[in-house]
Ligand binder design. Structure first.
Ligand code: HEM
Length: 424
């Protein structure tokens, strides 16, 4: 629950008590909002922005920055230092390890951490790869992949861990195929990705996991620079690396971002979405009977769940008046997308899951403005095929354990489930 530290400000982050809903305290911030000051770990504070209109307005302002190096950049989940890490000998040992020499040193800023005009230059290179049209061409391949995973589950069943057998396997295989890298290393990608977004991992563990991914992709990208292949990385080599517009390091960094950005987000939205369909049978019926609702279901699940409660941070780069609050140059800004997506001014019955609703599409679960999710078209197709096909092919799917035995990811920046035993 939100506690009030010495400075009297509400504390962020708070924990979810319902797996599908943001912490109740964030809704209270919205009622007091749209702009309220909150306390962050480490005696820091930021302006929480909580209504849909205010979040959209803020994220399109030119005088905000995504650069995490700024001293006031809001960090709701600051890195855990080694001595605070969970009491686990293996973790502690890993925390002390230096990153691989091969890929050592400070990682380059990611696209997601850049500001215009540089951000615009790099973002433009990726846009053609993830358009609606491009993603439509991928549909048959994604359908085939999902059918194959269900065949495997049925062959090994009648029980499975939905997370490893299905939810994580889908985004993992899809992004590997798009990048043109072998999916044989999916376990390596998944474990490293999970560490990077973990709240429990130390800064050294996170850096090690990141640099391991970086080193892996460094080798892949180097090979593609000599012999470009017909995939995102190969095309970036031909179009921008060979012209000198994209450096080797930036190319590797972009590959790491694409691998990271779509993994935990998509996988947890699949798992929690399946759980939500099991909890709300009338929604499952709509998914089965109404093709338009099935197409709408990914956006409604993203709106309803908003798994990255406080995942977007910015700092102000000028003084400005925002919704009646004086913001100073350098102030931390925290648009809380999960409560903006439950804003009663913007959505009818906002706290209800309704895959038939018509007002879903203007949610901000994929962000908004210049950094709006580049993978959203892909995520929509993955989620739609994942939900629809699972319940079509395994109509009797149900949880294999009581709901209160599911282990939720309160220890991650991206909420979700660690494992989800299902049966049929
Ligand atoms: C349900 C799935 C997903 C959710 C909820 C999600 C959410 C988000 C959000 C909220 C942002 C904005 C961050 C900010 O403004 O600071 C973002 C950015 C981004 N996402 Fe996603 N994402 C998902 C899937 C994906 C996938 C599948 C990919 C890749 C294939 C991807 C690639 C990216 C990239 C590259 C950015 C950075 C864009 C930029 O900075 O210009 N995402 N995502």
């Amino acid at each position: 629950m939100i506690t009030e530290p010495d400075n009297g400000l509400p504390q962020v982050p708070a924990a979810r008590t319902c797996p599908f809903s943001p912490p109740r305290e964030y809704a209270l911030l919205r009622e007091a909002g749209p702009v309220t000051q909150v306390a962050l770990p480490g005696d820091k504070h930021a302006w929480a922005v909580t209504t849909l209109a205010a979040v959209r307005e803020l994220l399109t302002r030119p005088d905000i920055s995504s650069n995490p190096q700024h001293p006031n950049f809001p960090e709701p989940f600051p890195d855990v230092e080694a001595e605070e890490a969970p009491d686990d000998a293996e973790n502690a040992a890993a925390a002390e390890e230096e990153p691989d020499e091969e890929g050592g040193g400070e990682p380059l800023p990611q696209l997601i951490e850049m500001d215009p005009p540089l951000h615009t230059v790099y973002r433009r290179m990726l846009i053609p790869e993830l358009t609606v049209k491009r993603v439509k061409e991928l549909r048959p391949g994604i359908q085939q992949l999902v059918d194959g995973l269900i065949d495997d589950m049925l062959a090994k069943g009648p029980t499975a861990d939905l997370v490893s057998a299905y939810s994580l396997a889908i985004p993992s295989a899809v992004i590997c195929q798009l990048l043109g890298i072998s999916n044989d290393s999916h376990h390596f990608f998944q474990t490293r990705t999970e560490t990077v977004v973990s709240r429990a991992a130390t800064s050294a563990e996170k850096l090690t996991a990141y640099m391991e991914l970086y080193s892996f992709l460094d080798v892949t990208v180097t090979a593609k620079e000599t012999e470009p292949t017909d995939d995102i990385l190969g095309r970036l080599v031909t179009k921008y690396f060979r012209t000198g517009e994209l450096s080797h390091e930036m190319l590797v960094s972009t590959a790491v971002l694409l691998l990271l950005a779509g993994h935990e987000t998509t996988a947890n939205t699949i798992s929690l979405g399946v759980l939500a369909f099991l909890q709300y049978p009338e929604q499952l019926q709509a998914l089965r009977e109404d093709p338009a609702a099935a197409v709408n279901s990914p956006d409604e699940m993203v709106r309803f769940q908003s798994l990255g409660d406080v995942d977007i941070s910015r700092t102000a780069t000028a003084d400005f008046d925002f919704q009646g609050t004086q913001i100073k140059n350098g102030d931390g800004l925290l648009p809380i997308i999960s409560v903006a997506n439950r804003d009663p001014e913007a959505f009818d019955h906002p706290d209800e899951l309704d895959i038939r609703r018509e007002d879903t599409r203007h949610h901000v679960g994929f962000g908004y403005g210049p950094h709006q999710c580049l993978g959203q078209n892909l995520a929509r197709v993955e989620l739609e095929i994942a939900y629809r096909t699972l319940f079509e092919r395994i109509p009797g799917l149900r949880l294999a354990v009581p709901l209160d035995e599911i282990r939720f990811k309160n220890d991650s920046q991206i909420f979700g489930v660690h494992s989800m035993p299902v049966t049929w």
